[in-house]
Ligand binder design. Structure first.
Ligand code: CTP
Length: 476
């Protein structure tokens, strides 16, 4: 028997199918990953049934426990239920074709082989029988096993046809190549380039789900290079595609910012599984084309690219259908601040500059330092070591100052309410002036981050603004 169907769930499905005179097979990702010996945290199982997938799902769930809820998607002829860690989806074997320009399929009942033929890749079309007489047998009419051995992504049908059935498969080809470190077979890759424009009919939500899977791979650059090479990147993510290229003037060239960004992404991927930190790495130089300048005196410059980049992020996130929430603000913040530690490390480091950085980065300071270290892509080992040493000094300073002044989660020691009640004034400009003066004095190290010192400054500043504390002020 095939080890991929050792779990108890498969014998249950087999018994139910045999009682129903239906044929059932495990297919898709479960079989592929099991044959590759890949561990999966989620246990998603796809079952294909010749006959009604919905009926078999209902009867199987009923046999396990009549209280299990089965979700039915009648339009797609599928049904699924959860049992422990498993998420099991049943589908009737189908012949399916899509009309051009539409994602609405024409569906008819089909054989197992019909169903395998209309799947995305040969390695995803491998099926294992759950039927009594052939239990455990591998059904591989399209050479999926061979492709698994050769580490190849290939479509069962002519690739143009498979991709026109569902153009998202073009990005899935890239995703599987990146995740499994497989090669996209030549004819299949050619079809990616030829059909790239068809990706426009696919929803941004489906695309970004695949892109995020690429982002979470061990070496995400593999996927972005393939997307670029096939022409897909220019369509789905033109800002990133725009980073490509090197310009030379007076014999002086700047670096290729596309390749640099991918290198930074790979570097950070070695140190974090935080998807948003990986996004910050990919996007940190996104505004370089907008800010690029050349002068004979200073050469190439990209002044303000960090600020302009942070401002580009909401539009990018909106279009790619990434979340417009705290994750986006975190990416914006890291892009905006990504040069600060580098500038600091190249200057005489003052306590006040460190305090300001801690104040602005807050709890994201450690992630910012990881990003900065990943940003060192110099091929000159000596220069690289020098940068890393300087960062180690910045890190040490950050630790010292934080220990002393607790700026990271800065809460003003005198609140707006205290200012209002002390002077008996309404909320307004004066409150803001006093609060900023206190914050700046603390960050510049003029006063300590303590209530008494801050209150004294408030009284002094109030006097300058013509304000007098109330007689009965409780803090007086
Ligand atoms: N499939 C397909 N075309 C698509 C999406 C999926 O043919 N556009 C088929 C493939 O046979 C795939 C199966 O449906 O194996 C399940 O799809 P999905 O759960 O998205 O992918 P998995 O292969 O299970 O891989 P992963 O779990 O890594 O997403």
């Amino acid at each position: 028997m095939n080890i991929c169907i050792n779990d108890k769930i498969f014998t249950i499905i087999s018994e139910v199918a045999s009682g129903e005179s239906a044929e059932a097979y495990v297919i898709g990702g479960w079989v592929r990953d099991c044959l590759l010996d890949r561990n999966h945290p989620e246990k998603d199982i796809d079952i294909v049934v010749t006959g009604s997938g919905i009926e078999l799902a209902r009867k199987t769930a009923d046999k396990i426990n009549p209280r299990i809820r089965v979700s039915v998607f009648r339009n797609f002829g599928t049904a699924m239920f959860r049992w422990g860690d498993y998420e099991i989806e049943f589908v009737g074997a189908r012949k399916e074709s899509y009309r051009s320009g539409s994602r609405k399929p024409l569906v008819e009942d089909g054989t197992l082989e019909d169903d395998q033929r209309r799947r995305d890749f040969t390695i995803n079309a491998l099926a294992i029988s759950l039927n009594k007489d052939t239990y455990g047998q591998l059904l591989d009419p399209f050479g999926g096993m061979d492709d698994l051995r050769k580490k190849i992504i290939r479509t069962p049908l002519d690739p143009g046809m498979t991709f026109s059935d569902d153009p998202l498969r073009m990005i899935r080809a890239v995703r599987f190549a990146t995740q499994l470190r497989f090669t996209v077979e030549e004819k299949t890759f050619k079809a990616l380039s030829e059909n790239a424009a068809r990706i426009r009919i696919v929803s941004a939500e489906r695309i970004i789900a695949e892109i995020n899977k690429i982002m979470m791979c061990n070496k995400p650059s593999v996927g972005f290079r393939l997307l670029e090479k096939s022409g897909l990147l220019a369509i789905i993510f033109p800002e990133l595609d725009n980073l490509k290229g090197v310009e030379k003037k007076d014999g002086r060239a700047h670096k290729d910012n596309f390749l640099h960004s991918l290198e930074v992404l790979d570097n950070i991927a070695l140190n974090t599984d935080n998807l948003w930190l990986r996004w910050a790495a990919l996007l940190h130089d996104i505004a370089k084309p907008l800010t690029k300048k050349y002068t004979r005196e200073t050469g190439w410059s990209f002044h303000g690219h960090e600020y302009r980049g942070s401002k580009m992020i909401p539009d990018i996130f909106r279009r790619l259908k990434l979340p417009l929430n705290e994750h986006m603000r975190y990416v914006q913040k890291l892009v905006d601040l990504h040069l600060r530690p580098i500038v600091l490390s190249q200057e005489e480091i003052t306590d006040s500059a460190i305090r300001r950085l801690l104040f602005e980065a807050g709890d994201d300071i450690d992630d910012l330092m990881l990003l900065c270290e990943a940003d060192i892509t110099s091929k000159n080992e000596k220069r690289k070591m020098k940068h890393l040493e300087n960062f180690a000094i910045v890190r040490e300073k950050l630790r010292e100052i934080e220990e002393k002044d607790a700026i990271r989660n800065f809460q003003p020691p005198v609140t707006g309410e205290e200012i209002i009640s002390t002077f008996g004034i309404k909320p307004g400009k004066s409150v803001g002036i006093i609060k900023n003066a206190i914050r700046d004095a603390i960050l510049d190290g003029i006063i300590p981050n303590e209530h008494k010192a801050a209150r004294d400054l408030m009284l002094r500043k109030g006097r300058e603004l013509g304000l007098t504390p109330l007689e009965n002020d409780p803090g007086a």
